[in-house]
Design a protein. Structure first.
Length: 67
């Protein structure tokens, strides 16, 4: 079983033996459910739809070095 601890915009994987302490410290504890994905393209489309439509990578920022 995999767990994620999340608080104030920070999240990380947590060991099962530490989730009680983390929960007492105010972290939300999420359990990851492992199940096979039959149709990967449908899974991707579902994830994209869940975040509000089509996904576009952000434009890279131009940075000048030494000048």
């Amino acid at each position: 079983m995999l767990y994620i601890a999340r608080k104030d915009g920070v999240q990380f994987y947590a060991q099962p033996e530490s989730i009680e302490r983390l929960a007492n410290d105010g972290y939300d504890i999420l359990r990851l459910v492992e199940e096979p994905v039959g149709d990967v393209s449908a899974e991707v489309q579902s994830a994209v739809d869940a975040i509000g439509g089509s996904f576009q990578a952000p434009e890279p920022e131009v940075v000048k070095l030494n000048g």
